[in-house]
Design a protein around this ligand. Structure first.
Ligand code: NAD
Length: 267
């Protein structure tokens, strides 16, 4: 996988922790120049930039709240000032605000939709504009640009007490498919990664104790909880020409969580 993404510029949103950090490091190791976006504190993003540089790569940290249009525009301007263009967007930023359905506030509904769905729309729109303007650069890639949206197994699995989150990820699925359909003639590829349970700060409660992890493993036929590095490898593949003919699809990286594990005994 060394240097598969040489001379390409990658933006990873929400990359100061968890899956985004793992993806940023993996793209950097594959040769991409990486823009490490973070929402508020630069500490985590600076650590990710240092790790990419320690591996011999190039990276910068840029602050922006992806749900705010003017901040997204500024993020892209700062990226173009540093690296001139974009080749790979990883729409990763996301959050949860969980509540029983009848107790969910409008504020928590709106917040999750704004970050998880509108944030992906805003960043993808700006990336697509640049891909269309620039077109294919054959020395870099067969495609004019690649968009990878971080979805979830919950784009297809309903999730009680997470109506806002599941709705946002279901929305990301059709946003991705629609962008893929519309942009394919311009050689722009758009795909989702659908992580299962990955050990990150978003879901610490689900794996932090042996009891919680044992319960979680009942949902994972492969019998281990995923790690950000598992998602990083999938992102490098989807960003590279190895997946040139792949667009409009969700790659579930979930240890089989979408395989209806409750039916595994055949009973
Ligand atoms: P995480 O909390 O470590 O990462 C989310 C990142 O998004 C954080 O760095 C956070 O600061 C950032 N963020 C939040 N709001 C933002 C905003 N408005 N603007 C910019 N950045 C913002 O959790 P994670 O598990 O690494 O989540 C990353 C993505 O993966 C999310 O989209 C999440 O829904 C998805 N996902 C995670 C899992 C899992 O098991 N961990 C499973 C399926 C999908």
């Amino acid at each position: 996988m060394i240097n598969k993404l040489q001379n390409q510029v990658a933006l990873v949103t929400g990359a100061s922790s968890g899956i985004g950090a793992g993806v940023a490091v993996a793209l950097g190791a594959a040769g991409a120049k990486v823009v490490v976006n973070y929402a508020r504190s630069s500490k985590g993003a600076d650590a990710v930039v240092s790790e990419i540089q320690a591996n011999g790569g190039e990276a910068i940290a840029v602050q922006a709240d992806v749900s705010q249009e003017e901040q997204v525009l500024r993020l892209f301007e700062q990226m173009y000032a540093a690296y001139g263009t974009i080749d790979i967007l990883v729409n990763n930023a996301g959050l949860q605000k969980d509540a029983a359905f009848v107790e969910m506030t409008l504020a928590d509904w709106n917040k999750v939709i704004e970050v998880n769905l509108t944030g992906q729309f805003l960043c993808a729109r700006e990336a697509a504009k640049e891909f269309l303007r620039r077109g294919v650069v054959p020395e870099k890639s067969c495609s004019a640009g690649k968009i990878i949206c971080m979805s979830s197994v919950h784009e297809v699995i309903p999730w009680a007490k997470h109506a806002n989150y599941a709705a946002s990820k279901g929305g990301v699925m059709l946003l991705m498919q629609t962008m893929a359909q519309e942009l394919a003639p311009a050689k722009i590829r758009v795909n989702n990664i659908g992580p299962g349970a990955i050990k990150t700060p978003i879901n610490t409660d689900a794996w932090a104790t042996p009891e919680a992890e044992a319960e979680l493993l009942e949902l994972i036929p492969y019998n281990r909880v995923g790690l950000p590095v598992d998602i990083g490898k999938a992102a490098v593949w989807l960003a590279s020409d190895d997946s040139e003919y792949v667009t409009g699809t969700t790659l579930f990286v979930d240890g089989g969580m979408t395989l209806y594990p409750g039916f595994a005994t055949g009973g």
